[in-house]
Design a protein around this ligand. Structure first.
Ligand SMILES: [Zn+2]
Length: 431
């Protein structure tokens, strides 16, 4: 592993070429899943180059779910940690890491922190899940240690403790889900605490988007920034990839770590698309020992940029994720991703909380149902919210105004650690 971000593109490609060759031979020797895939498709791993990568059939999440342990390349006694995906779509997947993989994970976040302008002088407050087999928690923790900075492990929830720690330990960076930051702002207001006067300089945002496709702050980010003058960095990662994409100071795309990952943006026929075109992000991990992935389709839709970044790094950057391929909603002739709906609902001040449900109707098209709780029940609040949703989405879904307790119980029925505001009934109805 060697940070290549500022090297010329030709050098980055040369490095990736040799790492890809190592990976293909490693998979052919150690991975039951990929050995079979190579055999079935008459692929000679020794002959595949970067340019020929697209001749290998991609790996889907279904493959990983159905043959989970066939992806393991080491003896079980070499596994140092069992992590698990959050199960946003379908059954959770186990990702087993060796001690070398844990070291790689630490290095990955160390590089991300450098990209976000963090130093060994920083004090990080970890406001995310630290247990439950969640990879991000340990990844950030290990990255902080590698950076030589300080960590405060508060974990998710527990607002009074979060605020106490901010006031007493004086962290400079928060690592958090942005919608939790909104709750923090509300809590601080209720308790007459001015967050602008605290030690916090930046927030590394996980799990939720903070930018529109054109990099402008989305509604969620605006609601935070309108209350708090703090710098926010977007990150994108998932357990399977064991690698994060992180924004630099320029905020015009999340850089990929060129020594840890090769990515492609694929069209419907699994062929790579050029920079600027939207397709499915597909990744090949470099330097992973336990469960490396080759052309793994993430289901996330984005594009990429290869133009020089003002920060001076030459690594490729991805755009904000505009949605998940499987979560695409076709409603009354309009194509929507859940992120578009969240963005709209998060931007309406009067809304306290919400829950989005998608189902298949009798003519096999998508139905969209929004459950909403409001902050202050005034005579025209419901009408006002309905009109704002109609004008923003350009279609009007079914809306039910219910109590916040009922929203919370809907959210609790969805087993997802990161986002529990979306229920895709289409998945169960299709079975
Ligand atoms: Zn940059």
């Amino acid at each position: 592993m060697e940070n290549l971000d500022r090297r010329p593109i030709s050098e980055i490609e040369q490095y990736q070429e040799s790492e890809l060759q190592k990976l293909l031979l490693y998979l052919s020797d150690h991975s039951p899943f990929y050995r079979e895939l190579f055999l079935k498709n008459n692929i000679d791993p020794a002959k595949i180059t970067l340019a020929g990568l697209s001749s290998i059939p991609p790996t889907s999440k279904d493959n990983l779910q159905a043959h989970n342990m066939d992806f393991l390349c080491v003896e079980k006694n070499k596994i140092a940690e069992y992590c698990s995906t959050s199960g946003t779509l379908g059954a959770p997947v186990t990702i087993a890491l060796t001690s070398n993989d844990l070291e790689r994970l630490a290095y990955n976040e160390y590089c991300s922190f450098l990209q976000a302008g963090c130093t060994s002088e920083d004090i990080f407050q970890l406001m995310l899940t630290m247990d439950k087999q969640f990879m991000a928690g340990i990844a950030y923790y290990a990255g902080i240690q590698k950076l030589g900075a300080s960590a405060i492990r508060i974990g998710s929830g527990n607002m009074p403790l979060q605020i106490d720690s901010i006031l007493n330990n004086k962290p400079t960076v928060l690592i958090a889900v942005p919608s939790f930051i909104l709750k923090l702002i509300e809590y601080a207001k209720e308790n007459n605490i001015d967050l602008n006067k605290t030690s916090i300089k930046k927030i590394i945002c996980i799990g939720e988007a903070i930018r529109n496709a054109d990099f402008s702050p989305n509604e969620l980010a605006l609601r935070i920034q309108n209350n708090w003058n703090v710098k926010m960095y977007s990150t994108y990662a998932s357990t399977e990839k064991q690698t994060a994409f992180t924004e630099c100071e320029s905020g015009n795309g999340a850089h990929a770590h060129a020594d840890l990952l090769i990515f492609e943006i694929l069209d419907e026929n699994n062929q790579p698309l050029p920079a600027g075109e939207y397709g499915e992000l597909t990744v090949t991990t470099l330097g992973v020992e336990g469960m490396p992935l080759l052309r793994y389709k993430t289901g996330d839709i984005c594009t990429y940029y290869n133009s020089p970044c003002t920060c001076g790094r030459h690594s490729l950057r991805i755009s904000p994720i505009i949605g998940r391929k499987q979560q695409l909603i076709k409603f009354k002739g309009t194509t929507l991703y859940p992120s578009t709906i969240y963005n709209t609902l998060s931007g309406i001040e009067e809304i306290k909380n919400y829950f989005v449900e998608v189902s298949l109707n009798e003519i096999n098209t998508d139905d969209l149902h929004l459950y909403i709780s409001v902050k202050d029940e005034k005579a025209d609040t419901q009408q006002k919210i309905t009109e704002m949703i109609r004008s923003s989405l350009r279609v009007l879904p079914k809306i039910s105004f219910i109590s916040n307790d009922n929203i919370l119980s809907l959210q609790q029925n969805v087993s997802n650690r990161k986002l529990n505001k979306f229920y895709d009934k289409r998945k169960t109805e299709k079975l």
